[in-house]
Ligand binder design. Structure first.
Ligand code: FAD
Length: 292
């Protein structure tokens, strides 16, 4: 099923993200975790893609499993920045062969060793290059793009970021998924601005449940997200007690999701990080709201 059709439904739903293993030996445990999450009956599940290609070969295996064993629609991520045309063409053919109907088309983070290179000769400089290629190859493919309520870290300002986002959507994005954020007001402001910029596709807010103190540092480093005082206090108070931190982090994420639903959002994407217990708890917390 295409995600753009799921998003047109009026029901409230959650989708979950998982990431593929780095090594063959971890494949079975991650396959098990993704299957446990799939049993929660999410609207869809996304499977990330290693920008450097390290875990790329498992992305489709996991996505295919979720779809075929549990009938859950899947969104396979694909990045392009450090890839050749040949590699990307092969990956697109693999996506088709796996019967995947939804692709999250991303640039990917620029590998450290490529940061100072002259980019003029690169096969792919931005996600839009990949989106154009995917659309040309199969106009029917459902394509998602990434967006950043707090501005992409490389952008000079939000105006520029939104200008490029509009171009990216016009090139063929059917929907957008946001980077994580911990203050819903940032999302509401962002939605207002993108609508004003003429971007009308559905936007899926991405929520990361923070379940241990270490994850906070990683999340800030990765996304540059603003941490509201309410969230900082929670980490200060419970960060050294793992079970309490986990409970508080799940409660915080649940709270964010309830507020999003209450303000008209229909599907929230949860960065569930291969943690079925966390995903399950969130679904349980929202059982009456989701009608499950
Ligand atoms: P782009 O849309 O290309 O944007 C990157 C920067 O370039 C922005 O500053 C933008 O304003 C600017 N820009 C865009 N177009 C142009 C243009 N034409 N000219 C000049 N500047 C331009 N990474 C992974 O490696 N694997 C994953 O599976 C993965 N999944 C993700 C899922 C989501 C929902 C999100 C939000 C991020 C994900 N990432 C993933 C991280 C992502 O790859 C990085 O954030 C990356 O730095 C940017 O990717 P993008 O597709 O947003 O890039």
């Amino acid at each position: 099923m295409k995600i753009k059709d799921l998003l047109a439904k009026e029901t409230l739903s959650l989708s979950f993200e998982v990431f593929p293993p780095k090594t063959e030996s971890a494949f079975d445990s991650i396959k098990h975790a993704t299957e446990e999450i799939a049993k929660l009956n999410p609207s869809f599940m996304s499977v990330t893609y290693g920008a450097g290609g390290g875990t790329s070969k498992y992305t489709l295996d996991i996505a295919k499993n979720i779809k075929e064993l549990y009938g859950v629609p899947t969104l396979a991520h694909l990045t392009c920045v450090s890839s050749t045309k040949q590699t990307v063409r092969e990956r697109i053919a693999d996506v088709k062969a796996a019967g995947i109907e939804n692709v999250m088309a991303l640039r990917g983070d620029i590998p450290k060793e490529m940061e100072n290179q002259d980019r003029s000769g690169w096969a792919y400089r931005h996600a839009i290059d990949l989106i154009r290629e995917l659309k040309e190859d199969d106009p029917d493919l459902c394509i998602g793009g990434a967006c950043y309520p707090e501005v992409h870290p490389e952008s000079v300002n939000q105006k520029e970021d939104l200008r490029f986002l509009k171009e990216k959507v016009d090139a063929g994005c059917d929907f957008l998924t946001t980077q994580m954020f911990f203050d819903n007001n940032l999302l509401y402001n962002f939605l207002y601005k993108i609508r004003e910029a003429g971007i009308t596709v559905p936007v899926i807010p991405g929520i990361m449940p923070i379940t241990n103190a270490k994850q906070v540092e990683r999340a800030i480093k990765l996304s540059g997200s603003f941490m509201p005082q309410r969230f900082k206090s929670l980490v200060d108070k419970f960060g050294t007690t793992p079970d309490a931190m986990k409970q508080a982090g799940i409660a915080y994420a649940t709270d964010q999701i309830i507020d999003l639903f209450a303000n008209g959002i229909k599907n929230v994407h949860v960065y569930s990080m291969n943690k079925p217990d966390v995903a399950r708890k969130i679904v349980e917390n929202l059982s009456d709201i989701l009608g499950k």
